[in-house]
Design a protein around this ligand. Sequence first.
Ligand SMILES: [Zn+2]
Length: 145
Amino acid sequence: MTSSVFTPPVPSELDDEVDDAQLPVGQRWAYPCKLPSCPDYGKSWLLRSNFLLHLQESEAHGSSAATPAIRRAIELLWRYATDPHLPPRAAPDFRSREEPDEWVLDYSFRDDRGKMIAGRGTHRQMEMHKERHNLMLQMQGTPDA
Ligand SMILES: [Zn+2]
């Protein structure tokens, strides 16, 4: 029984253009950090070497990105092609910290009568839910004291 595992060759971590041949015309790679516990979560690098250095040096990634092969796997998993002439945009599937409005979460709020209401949606949807709910209460009239 052979226990050899096929490992693809890992290109030099200093080579910024290693996969540029795979890019659509006019696009370039961007390398976002998608580790939520990392202080640089959401930041994108345009230089592959800088991104790999980040994985290597930041404590948050630490042992989870310890070898060049693992860093290469992370790079391939997280990177995305982008048009350098467009304003920077968030990576696909990325929840931006700057735009918590896009986050879907389980929420609950206390309505005008002090009752807890729960729901699921973005912050904006919660505000709308709250507004609609309190409006409905007003339309029902004040409860007997
Ligand atoms: Zn990071």
